[in-house]
Ligand binder design. Structure first.
Ligand SMILES: [Zn+2]
Length: 185
């Protein structure tokens, strides 16, 4: 999928985990979710993160190819190690990163191109329904539906997130996650 789709889904999944009390809300965690949602595409110099870190993207792309190493079970293990490191530095940052990373692979599995989950044992691409074309209208529709579902889950778990008073309070308290801070008296 496209970088923007990954950001929407990754931050949405992280938002559900925040609303459910699994990840403590905060701006660092949002940044971690965005980073994790873009990280797997370090395997192509044409992605957002690949353009940012071309000295990593070029060698990975020429050795392994796109949607192989970083989109496989091994890639997930590396992401778990990275998130454990982040976690010791800042609580919940690693969890948010991992949530974004896993959401990325889940989203790419829903495209026709799929992911080589068993790389380097096999280069076979795995894909799940609805197998949409990356960058096509199908992707936009799938992202819209997933975003609506995640938004619904956040509302179900923590309705205050969508209350105007909560947003005002959140803006007043330097952009901590809305709904968690108590509104000014
Ligand atoms: Zn990807």
């Amino acid at each position: 999928m496209m970088g923007r789709s990954h950001i929407i889904i990754g931050v949405g999944v992280c938002g559900v985990l925040m609303a459910g009390g699994i990840i403590a809300p905060g701006r660092w965690e949002i940044i971690g979710a965005v980073a994790g949602s873009l990280a797997p595409d370090i395997d192509t110099p044409y992605s957002i993160i690949g353009r940012f870190l071309p000295f990593l993207a070029h060698p990975i792309h020429s050795i392994a190819g796109h949607r192989t190493a970083s989109h496989s079970a091994i890639g997930v293990m590396v992401a778990i190690a990275v998130s454990a490191g982040l976690e010791t530095w800042q609580a919940y940052l690693g969890l948010a990163f991992l949530a974004g990373y896993m959401a990325h692979i889940g989203a790419d599995l829903m495209t026709k191109e799929g992911c080589a989950m068993l790389y380097p044992l096999s280069r076979r691409r795995y894909t799940v329904w609805p197998s949409v074309q990356t960058g096509g209208k199908g992707e936009s529709l799938v992202v819209l539906i997933i975003a609506a579902m995640l938004g619904g889950m956040i509302y179900f778990l923590h309705p205050d997130v969508f209350a105007p008073a909560a947003w005002r309070a959140a803006l007043l308290s330097h952009l901590t996650f809305p709904g968690i801070v108590s509104p000014p008296a």
